[in-house]
Design a protein around this ligand. Structure first.
Ligand SMILES: NC(=O)c1ccc[n+]([C@@H]2O[C@H](COP(=O)([O-])OP(=O)(O)OC[C@H]3O[C@@H](n4cnc5c(N)ncnc54)[C@H](O)[C@@H]3O)[C@@H](O)[C@H]2O)c1
Length: 251
């Protein structure tokens, strides 16, 4: 028996990096996967990869900042698979590391619109379906920058702290209705978002100094998300799981 047999997983940001890795990993474990992303071509190519491996998935176009797009994407998932058991709110943006003195309110809001409002809108659209099922697992993406100062700019850091508050509050409100809500706080992981920084001497020094002594890979995050998605984590609610090679606790 595979770990997500018979489950449907809706993954925002599924076209790239950590979302893509979860989509592929979850499908390997028997899940039907909805790869939801602004980048429709990227989502389609992840679906093709899943199908080539014998899995089942659909690509849906999604802009988490657009309520109509969120509604349509969730409807398409329900039409096709009838339910959503797992929601991974992975879509996010990083605006560089602008500090307050250099950051414009407009760019601060833009980061919040995707990283926080987007998580709100998608969770709100999926929630009634999970309540109807009486069961569900939601995984939100925070960051090392959600657990301490100094790991990002003002907008990104504030938004990733907000993800943790949202996770705890939603867990408190809906846990007794069968819905588990947890967060993952990745460290430095090799994805398009992390970009070339991880190959600079400064980036290398950071990950070489952490207990794991290596750069994180998207599969490291996908494995942790798989655990939170599956029944193996049935007694785990409201946590923020650092998957960062030990970086945040030894910095
Ligand atoms: N890579 C890291 O080192 C790292 C570290 C900590 C946290 N994170 C978090 O993990 C998550 C995934 O990051 P990643 O590294 O895979 O990034 P990525 O840039 O590789 O992928 C992000 C995906 O989100 C999609 N997206 C962006 N805006 C969207 C929108 N408005 N609507 C729908 N989709 C949208 C993009 O098209 C892209 O496919 C993010 O929330 C990020 O903040 C990443």
């Amino acid at each position: 028996m595979t770990r997500l047999e018979g489950r449907t997983a809706f993954i925002t940001g599924g076209a790239s990096g950590l979302g893509r890795a979860q989509a592929i990993r979850f499908a390997q474990e028997g899940a039907q996967v909805v790869v939801a992303d602004l980048n429709e071509e990227g989502a389609k190519s992840v679906v093709a990869e899943i199908e080539a491996g014998g899995g089942e998935a659909i690509a849906v176009s999604l802009n988490v900042t657009d309520a109509e797009s969120v509604k349509t994407a969730v409807e398409r998932a329900i039409e096709r698979f009838g339910k959503i058991d797992v929601l991974s709110n992975t879509a996010g943006i990083f605006d560089g590391a602008a500090q307050l003195g250099d950051a414009a309110l407009e760019s601060f809001r833009k980061v919040f619109q995707v990283n926080v409002d987007g998580m709100f809108s998608v969770s709100k659209a999926v929630l009634p379906h999970m309540l109807e099922l009486g069961k569900g697992s939601i995984i939100n993406f925070s960051s090392n920058a959600g657990l301490r100062g100094g790991a990002g700019g003002i907008a990104y850091t504030t938004s990733k702290h907000a993800v943790i508050g949202f996770t705890r509050q939603m867990a408190a409100a809906y846990g007794n209705q069968g819905i588990r809500v947890n967060a993952i706080a990745p460290g430095m992981i090799q994805t398009p978002m992390a970009g070339d920084f991880v190959h600079t001497p400064e980036g290398k020094a950071l990950f070489e100094a952490q207990p794991a002594g290596r750069l994180g890979q998207p599969e490291d995050i996908a494995n942790a998300a798989l655990f939170l998605a599956s029944d193996e984590s049935d007694f785990i609610h409201a946590v923020t799981l650092s998957v960062d090679g030990g970086m945040v606790d030894t910095f």
